[in-house]
Each structure stands twice: as C-alpha cells, then as structure tokens.
Design a protein around this ligand. Structure first.
Ligand code: PMP
Length: 390
C-alpha cells in the first residue's frame, strides 16, 4: 500500500509524474515566453486530441467543467431557442439548468436511470414541433456511469440541421470521439478527468459551424463566457504572441502542454483503446465479485468509470473500508440512489498503471469482505482482472 491513498474517484484523478513536475513550479507570468509556447502548443494539440477540424476553434479558460458547459452553450442559444437535452443523469440535468438560465426552451428526452434514451426517441423528438437549435448530450454521465452513442447523436443533429454540444467532462480522451468525422459542434471537458491534470481548466473545441452560430447570436453571452472575448486571446497564443483578457491558470497551462503531449505521443485512438481494455477487465473483476453495474446494458457502460451497485446487505460503509485499504473511491451521486451504488474512476494516467488498477480491485474486494459480504473472493477478482488485462 502506498503511503498516500490512491485517488480512484471519477475525477480528480492521479496525474502522471511529468504532469506533476510541470505544475509544481513557482507561478510564471501569463506572458512569459514558455507559457505562451505551452498555451499555443496546447491549443494545437487539442485539435489533434479532439480529432477536430483545422478550422475548429479550441478554448482554454480557467475554471471547472461547469464553466466549460456554460461556455459551450451560452454562445449558441438566444432566449426562446429550442434545445433538446438527451438526459442520462445528474450532469444532463445540470446542462438543462444552465440552458434554462439562458432562457432557452428546453425539452429533455429521458430514460430509466442507468439507461440511455433510444436514438429513435431522440429522432422523434427532433421531428416534433418547431425546429430545434441545439442538441445537448452528456457523453459519459458520471452520476450513472452510462455513455451515450455520441456518433449517432451527432449524426442525428446534422441530419436535422441542429447544432450538437457534448459534455465530455468524464469522457474526453478516455472515450473515442471524432469531432470532425462525426460532425459534432462543441466538445467540452474539465482538466481533472481523463485529460490528466488537476482541476482548474475548462477546455472546449467549437466547430466552424458553432463559431458562425455565435456570430449570429442576438444577445451576447456574459463577458467571461463570451467566445468573442476569448477568440483574439486564443488566436494570439496560437500565433505565439502575448495577450490578456482574464489571467490564465499559468501553472496548469504548463501541465496541459505536457499532459496533451503524452496523449498525442500514445495516439488518441490508442489511449481510448487502453481505457476500453482496462474498463473491460475491471468489469470482469466486479462480475467475479458478484457485483452488478448501474448501467443496465453492457454496451452503455462507460470506460472511464464504474458505477457499481452495492450487493445485498452492503451500503456506503464500503467506501470507508476501501479507503482503509489505501484506495479512495466515491459514493453514489444520482439523487435518490446515492445509497445504492459506489463509483470507481479508471481514467487518465491510472489506466497505464496495472499495479494501481489491481490495488483498487483488491481494496474493493477486501472491503466487501470486511463489511460482511462473504461471497467476495479477492483472488477470483484478481484472476478475472488479469485475464481481462491480457
Ligand atoms: N459534467 C460531467 C459529466 C461531470 O462529470 C462533471 C464533474 N464531475 C461536470 C460536468 C462538472 O464539472 P466540474 O465539477 O469540474 O464543474
């Protein structure tokens, strides 16, 4: 067991040694040469990692994932515009709230908890009533551990001439996403998830279509959320020129360049495949322990985290027992179901650490035994994990 417990929640997560080294420096100026270089290079690398077009526009702002959500939609809707939210949990609800504050006319397409609305139900909604301006979906909802079919939804949106925004806070880098090929318009995230940094940066890429839609907006967004405030700043940094609108989180910018470089070096497709392999192996381990996932269908289960139901007779005390064994996992998040399941993050740098994944499975298995779930067999869980990891 390491001296410090391992942070295996669905964000923030453990970061790579190189990323940590990059931000553990005295704060540099936002116009220092090496910060400008790191900022510009990060913007370029975001296009690569997001698989976005050369004409797309990346934005890096200081803030959390929720701010990225605000920035993602505030530039695309005027009051009264119709927006369809494909709702898969707590963070889809949050997107709905953000949109309502903007005065949008919001419709939710919902499914049972742990399920994903049928694509046909989404298509049906898009066909009904006055035209929609926007479709929003949470790529992976961290409260339920379900992943939507982002490719299908982006395709549907294109078919109906609707812009699409994907909250990738718990997905970007960990799940495959082809922004240009799938025709998505905004893909946003926070730095503390699979991108592999501490919390503190909101990251998003907007398509040319989305930038054009901002130009047509009747009511400008709040100053901090306005792409038009940030655009000249991003352009300046990309041209390796100093610029200022609101102070960037300079230490995190240095770390972002390093983190994105690691992803580019491994290749975005390979990184997503690694997440899928590890997630598959971890799911086999849960299954060997007799546990069930909150997502009802295997194909809807995210690769970045596991949302696992407590077995009969077990409750949130498990989380404390797992921590006593050196690993921090998270409790449930979905309102009304918090006591019914726990969540384990497997994303970012942790996915490259077989030892940490094994330690996490072991801590959960032993924690289950400690809370009286006799059926848990730690050795069987390890064997299943090993087999899955290959
Ligand atoms: N969307 C999703 C899918 C998330 O998982 C989170 C954070 N857990 C957010 C949005 C909000 O991000 P933040 O907490 O960084 O504001």
């Amino acid at each position: 067991m390491s001296a410090r417990p391992l942070l295996m929640i669905p964000g923030p997560i453990e970061v790579s040694p190189a990323v940590q080294e990059a931000f553990c420096v005295p704060p540099p100026s936002h116009v220092a040469g090496h910060v400008i270089e790191a900022f510009g290079a990060s913007l370029e690398k975001m296009r690569t990692v997001w698989r976005a077009g050369a004409d797309s526009q990346p934005f890096i702002v200081a803030g959390s994932g929720t701010l990225a959500m605000e920035l993602g939609v505030a530039n695309l809707v005027d009051p009264g515009d119709r927006v369809l939210v494909v709702n898969t949990g707590y963070f889809s609800d949050r997107m709905g709230l953000i949109l309502e504050r903007l005065g949008a006319d919001v419709t939710h397409v919902r499914a049972e908890v742990g399920e994903v609305p049928h694509t046909e139900a989404v298509a049906e909604a898009l066909r009904s009533g006055a035209p929609y301006k926007l479709l929003c979906a949470t790529h992976v909802d961290t409260s339920t551990g379900v992943r939507v079919d982002a490719q299908a939804l982006a395709g549907l949106a294109r078919e109906h001439g609707v812009l699409s925004v994907f909250d990738g806070v718990c997905a970007t880098v960990g799940e495959a996403f082809e922004m240009e090929a799938w025709g998505a318009d905004v893909y946003l995230t926070g730095s503390q998830k699979a991108v592999g940094l501490p919390p503190g940066l909101g990251l998003l890429v907007a398509s040319k279509r989305a930038m054009d839609a901002r130009a047509q907006l009747k009511r400008a967004p709040s100053l901090f959320a306005d792409w038009h405030q940030w655009l000249p700043i991003m352009q300046a940094y990309e041209a390796r020129k100093p610029s200022y609108f609101a102070t960037p989180a300079t230490n995190l910018i240095l770390a972002l360049d390093v983190g994105l470089s690691e992803i580019v070096a491994r290749g975005p497709a390979q990184v997503a495949a690694d997440h899928a392999r590890v997630a598959g192996a971890v799911r086999q381990a849960w299954s060997a322990l007799g546990l069930q996932l909150l997502p009802r269908r295997a194909e809807d289960a995210a690769n970045t985290l596991s949302a696992v139901r407590y077995p009969e007779g077990v409750g949130p005390a498990l989380v404390g027992e797992v921590k006593a064994r050196g690993v921090i996992v998270a409790g449930g998040l979905y309102p009304g179901l918090k006591q019914a399941y726990f969540r384990v993050g497997h994303m970012g740098y942790s996915v490259t650490r077989r030892d940490w994944i094994a330690q996490t499975v072991q801590a959960v298995a032993e924690g289950l035994v400690a809370v009286g779930y006799e059926a848990a067999d730690p050795d069987a869980a390890q064997a299943a994990l090993e087999q899955g990891l290959g």
